[in-house]
Design a protein around this ligand. Structure first.
Ligand code: FAD
Length: 554
């Protein structure tokens, strides 16, 4: 305990009472029983499960109350924390160590002194400048109050068609839930693909899954205008002039950190968020910032970056709460942006950087894509899983990964994220000692398989080329069966099934640059090894095989 009951009470004031703020408050109390801890929350609720909001729409989370993770009463009873809802911090005077508070219940304004201040004001959804705030059928989904509006509108109106604008994680969760209510959904995304965090070939199966479930997906679709009947939106107009009629609109098109309060108090900002040190202290050591408003250190680049996710918000709240209450704490670690989303029968997840983001940041990288069963293929219920691994060409250090599949995606992503947290390489991944029994995995887990493929690539046994590699002028050997080749032809390829390579390799020219292709890359690897071992000078394997190439080259 850092204080005795006779010393003046340390007052810790926290602005924002959800993920980062509530974590900071509860942690501060656990390390300091004497401190006075006050949480200001401008909304009516604290510590609600924002991540669970979409799942109430379709009924996965049946009871609204389940979203209220903790109440002010519980915070008082268990922690003696003074939770003040409907109280908005409007200004911070760092010299006087005071916060000005507007009480939205009474309209009064008062000032509250602090010894340590933790700012956890979160982020807010971006809306197009022409967003009609007065429209009764335009919504965002960010708070419990937003959810209540959505639910009461759905109850009171016969909503047949909803347009969701923005195909990020929250947008897709919302689409899935609306569809489960039997509502026709149109999904609009300005970018050329859904889920911009993923590389294109990993996002396309998710787009196909949406379409398979009846969602109309529009990519490269820039919303330019709403059309109204009175105040009600009746259609959306896109940049290409097309029109989508609608009963209701849900906007989930990105977010921005709420930094104005901190900024006005002279708290230093980085590019977009608040600058903090490893203890979440700002340029004023008595003022901390946590959650969506801060720039964390990204593990891959070592550079500050916004990463508006619940995990980092909770962990940074814990660090700030500990440090503010006791003067010391373990430092906040780096972040990777590990994320996951369920889209109907598929799950997509990613960690670290995609290949596209590596290239945008001039980070040299190579990648492999493998497909494998999520558990032993002979055990009933095995489902296909696609895993992409991105790594440094020199050291093999893992830079990122993504996965899609019906089962086991979460486990693989968390394994790779953990390896990255310890600066792991693809060689480390190949060597991981993972739990295995047929119902759970394979003796060579998909993580191992991806790592083996990456090690082969780095050791040129053989090297890999990207799924959309230009095959013009090369000797292309297609080692799929005749039936597979007929179903999905690869023009100008020489067809030799993998089991005939050992007998028929003389039909090929061992001096020509050669790319071997199969369905997923696995049989092609065997064939390419044969050819390399038999003296072919330049043999490569097409990463991910035809199953991935067909997504990229239509
Ligand atoms: P918040 O949790 O947003 O809390 C900020 C609080 O501060 C708000 O309640 C706000 O009212 C209050 N506040 C702001 N200004 C003031 C002021 N001046 N005075 C008083 N109070 C103020 N992340 C994941 O990792 N996984 C998910 O599956 C996931 N799903 C999500 C789904 C939805 C619908 C939403 C909205 C978010 C989701 N997130 C998810 C993101 C995650 O919830 C956020 O990253 C996290 O809540 C950020 O925590 P925070 O404390 O910074 O901000």
């Amino acid at each position: 305990m850092s204080q005795t009951s006779s010393s003046p009470k340390l007052r810790i004031l926290i602005i924002g009472g959800v993920a980062g703020g509530a974590s900071a408050a509860a942690r501060a109390r656990r390390v300091n029983a004497q401190a006075e801890i006050i949480v200001l929350e401008k909304g009516p609720y604290i510590s609600f499960a924002n991540c669970g909001l979409p799942y109430h729409i379709g009924g996965d989370i049946a009871k609204r109350e389940s979203l209220l993770v903790a109440t002010p009463e519980l915070f008082h009873q268990r922690f003696r924390i003074d939770i003040r809802t409907m109280q908005e911090a409007t200004a911070i005077d760092r010299n006087g160590k005071n916060v000005t508070v507007k009480n939205h219940n009474t309209g009064e304004t008062y000032s509250l002194p602090y010894d340590k201040l933790i700012i956890a004001t979160g982020s807010e959804p971006l809306r197009p400048p022409f967003y009609p705030t007065q429209a009764p059928n335009a919504f965002q989904l960010w708070t419990l109050t937003d959810l209540d509006r959505v639910m009461s509108y759905l109850k009171a109106h016969s909503v047949k068609r909803v347009s969701v604008v923005g195909a990020g994680f929250v947008g897709l969760e919302t689409v899935e839930q609306l569809q489960r209510r039997g509502i026709a959904v149109e999904l609009l995304e300005r970018a050329p693909q859904v889920l911009g965090q993923l590389d294109r070939e990993m996002a396309l199966p998710i787009q196909n899954e949406l379409t398979r479930h009846g969602v109309k997906v529009y990519v490269n679709a820039e919303l330019t205008k709403f059309e109204f009947d009175g105040e009600r939106i009746v259609a959306l107009e896109l940049a290409d002039g097309s029109k989508i009629e609608t009963d209701m609109v849900l906007i989930g098109a990105g977010i921005r950190p709420r930094v104005e309060l901190a900024q006005a108090a002279g708290i230093e900002l980085g590019k977009r968020g608040v600058k903090v040190n490893e203890f979440m202290q700002t340029n004023d050591p008595d003022v901390y910032a946590v959650g969506d408003i801060v720039e964390y250190t990204h593990r891959v680049t070592g550079l500050p970056q916004l990463l508006p996710l619940a995990g980092p918000a909770n962990r940074s709240g814990r660090v700030a709460g500990t440090h503010a209450a006791s003067g010391k704490s373990e430092p906040m670690g780096t972040v990777l942006g590990t994320s996951i989303v369920r889209v109907f029968d598929l799950t997509a997840a990613c960690t670290g950087f995609s290949e596209r983001v590596c290239k945008l940041n001039n980070i040299p990288c190579r990648s492999v894509i493998i497909q494998a069963a999520h558990h032993a293929s002979y055990f009933p219920g095995a489902k296909n899983l696609t895993l992409k691994l991105i790594y440094a060409p020199d050291s093999g250090k893992i830079l990122g990964a993504s996965a899609i599949g019906a089962e086991g995606v979460d486990k693989r992503m968390d394994i790779i994220a953990t390896a990255m947290q310890f600066d792991g390489t693809v060689y480390d991944l190949a060597d991981l000692d993972l739990a295995y029994a047929p119902p759970y995995g394979s003796a060579k887990d998909p993580v191992h398989m991806a790592a083996f493929a990456a090690c082969n690539d780095l050791q040129e046994w053989p090297q890999i080329v990207e799924p959309d590699f230009d095959l013009e002028g090369l000797q292309v050997v297609d080692v799929r069966t005749a039936k597979e080749r007929d179903a999905l032809p690869l023009p100008n390829a020489i067809g030799i099934p993998v089991d005939e390579i050992a007998a028929r390799w003389q039909e090929l020219d061992n001096t020509r640059p050669t790319v071997v292709v199969c369905h997923s890359g696995k049989r092609a690897h065997v064939a390419a090894c044969w050819l390399k071992g038999l003296g072919f000078q330049d043999v490569k394997n097409l990463s991910g095989g035809m199953s991935i190439r067909k997504l990229l080259i239509t």
